[in-house]
Ligand binder design. Sequence first.
Ligand SMILES: Cc1ncc(COP(=O)(O)O)c(C=O)c1O
Length: 404
Amino acid sequence: VGQQPISALMHAALARPHLISLAAGFVDQASLPVSETAAAFDELMAEAAAARAALQYGTNAGYLPLREAVLERLLAADGPSGRAPSVDQVVLTAGSNQLLHLVAEVLCDPGDIVLCAAPSYFVFLGQLHSLQVRAVGVEIDGEGLLPEALEEQLARLKQLGQADRVKAIYVTSYFDNPSTVTLSLARRRRVVEIAKRHGLYVIDDAAYRLLRYAGDDLPGLRQFDDDGSTVITAETFSKSFSPGVRVGWGFLPQALVAPVTGLKAHIDFGSPNLNQHLMATVLKRGLFEPHVDLLRARYRGKLAAMLAALDEHLSGIEGVRYSRPDGGLYVWLELPEGMPAGPGGGLVERALAEGVLYVPGEYCYPPEGPPALANRIRLSFGVQSEANIRRGIEALGRAIRQSG
Ligand SMILES: Cc1ncc(COP(=O)(O)O)c(C=O)c1O
């Protein structure tokens, strides 16, 4: 199976308790919804029959009222599309990671291929690796996956006689982790059109959709999937409510409902029922939206603090550039040419000595496709206070100057 490359760095971080970690994709600690969760639990436990229903095993696909609620929210966000969706197409999972894993296992045999943005969410890349599925990278620009690069990669694989091994395209369509790029409206349409032409599925990972701090929402990729046969949508309450509750879900094309729920039945015959009842109560009682508004305000402040610190401490360093995202939890930073960010390259060791940790960008590149860029780093502003974000960026600035 192998270890995630990030685990060695996380151990190094644990050995230094005063380290400021801008690495982990954890959420803001102070705003975790304690009173909302307590209120929902109180209500859930107040009536014995309802409490017992929540404490019993649930169903494999998940608690129906929550599936109905997430479907209603998805349709409200995206607007109506071609085929009438059914609640049967919604499956609740233990975080969206479980949905991604189930889908990858259902779609792919060992040796099959998933085309992924280069760079991509490294946990999903690890899942593919553990399933012996090849992750092949596709170049991106400021609007996300490049359609021309997607077509080129498909043509190359066809030439190699491997076209039939390609099963899906994976994209984190809002504020990608780690590149922070949002797939533009025009590209959403193109990606679905290319997938359809080649008989592929699209896995639309919308984990950060609700964490938007500026600009207008965009429709999910399923909106461009006229007959509903192509796009798998993965969403989660981890970033918008609580990762400890770990409720995610998928909206599946009809043809995948039986295989995905069938596989899930073999694994756990249903994700934690109590947590699903809890989230249904949170939504029903109107506790969710105000919390997301609060999160947006907090993260907007943290992002501004990180960008201001970068402007102050790093913008003067030649060759340093960084993204200015409208949402999500990350900033993607480019170091001067020839300055490697990974272990053994000098910078990560100097940064640790200065008291700050980041994720080397090279961990986020699929093993095939465009080469991993060694001079990229992912910075997370989710978990640290604004004061620590400023201190962490100042420390990073010192480490970069020492490395130059
Ligand atoms: C792009 C992306 N997808 C999915 C997830 C999965 O989160 P969860 O399994 O908690 O829903 C994450 C978490 O960091 C993520 O960054």
